[in-house]
Design a protein around this ligand. Structure first.
Ligand code: PEP
Ligand code: MG
Length: 325
């Protein structure tokens, strides 16, 4: 199998009926960067910046952050990198930061919530990113955004940093695309607005599924009861890709769901054309999609999603369909 995946590396990521699917990888440290060449992925669809903070003994300085982002961009050699601003708090605690005790850390003071309430850290990070991105097309996305208002407030902070850079006549990115992670269900009810405001959407299915089903993503006793291939989850995911399509807002999937071949097949059937996944998933996913006929898949999935007989999951039906296509 490994040998078979290696052979696929040089072949295009295109379905049997000629539809191009963009495959990118997730990363978090400089050591992940060789995976780009090893997988021949199109770029880094999610760079988890909190990793640098989690492995450090002290709060990384702005200069240290900038050095990492610069090195990452250099290693990417022109391929796009989407940097996500800090997703700390909750279960991701930093040893050198004051610990806030919370009953429900996953639902607590984390990610963009910290960034908006105490913007100093966020602003320093944005400054590091924008400086590292001098002269290139920069891509930044925001985690755990729950409302359009939060996105707009964060964008205000981003724009101010960009203006400051220009005022100081420092080299700035040639352009900035500011995207949002879709991973808090409340955002599903503001889809037209967020798709209009954000430059791109990236679905964090790990958290989205956790919150959609109210099931801790780390607790096997509950996560395994709810299937991302259930009709409710698939309808939610279809709503996102449709809303994005209506406003022409690019959308990709960066959660683990997009790295599992059967799940990815279902997502392609819903209309998704871009995925970012762990490097090890690229081979299996590419093998699946190169054998895929989207026209047939789409028709069958529309039919499956039109009505439900109350089954917990469409997995068996989709698995059967996978052998047919
Ligand atoms: C997600 O939630 O799906 C995601 C990609 O982000 P993380 O796993 O870092 O929370
Ligand atoms: Mg997440």
């Amino acid at each position: 199998k490994q040998e078979q995946y290696r052979k696929l590396k040089t072949l295009p990521s295109v379905t049997k009926d000629g539809v191009e699917i963009t495959l990118q990888i997730n990363a978090g440290l400089l050591v992940d960067m060789p995976n780009l060449d090893e997988t021949a992925a199109a770029g880094i669809g999610l760079f988890r910046t909190e990793l640098q903070f989690m492995v450090a003994q002290h709060m990384p300085t702005t200069a240290e952050q900038q050095a990492l982002y610069g090195a990452v961009l250099k290693a990417a050699q022109g391929r796009p990198v989407t940097f996500r601003t800090l997703d700390i708090g909750g279960d991701k605690v930093l040893p050198y930061m004051e610990r806030v005790e919370e009953e429900n850390p996953a639902l607590g003071w984390r990610a963009i919530r910290i960034g908006l309430d105490k913007p100093r850290l966020l602003r320093a990070q944005l400054r590091a990113m924008l400086r590292a991105g001098a002269g290139i097309e920069m891509r930044i996305m925001l985690p755990m955004v729950a409302t359009v208002d939060e996105f707009l407030r964060a964008r205000f902070i981003v724009r101010r940093e960009l203006e400051m850079l220009e005022k100081q006549q420092r080299p700035a990115p040639t352009s900035l695309k500011l995207g949002v992670m879709v991973e808090v269900p409340s955002l599903l009810f503001e889809l037209p607005e967020i798709a209009r405001e954000a430059d791109f959407l990236s679905i964090g299915t790990n958290d989205l599924m956790q919150f959609l089903f109210a099931a801790d993503r780390e607790n096997r006793r509950v996560t395994d009861r709810f299937d991302p291939l259930s009709i409710g989850a698939l309808r939610a995911l279809r709503g996102i890709v449709e809303a994005a399509g209506e406003t022409g807002c690019p959308v990709t999937v960066c959660g683990e769901m997009g790295g599992r071949p059967l799940e990815t097949m279902a997502l392609i059937g819903l209309g998704y054309r871009g995925f970012s996944m762990s490097a090890a998933s690229i081979g299996p996913v590419k093998a699946m999609l190169r054998a895929l006929d989207i026209g047939k898949l789409r028709e069958r999935m529309d039919w499956m999603l039109a009505s439900s007989d109350g089954t917990a999951s469409l997995r068996p039906q989709l698995a059967a369909l996978a052998t047919e296509l």
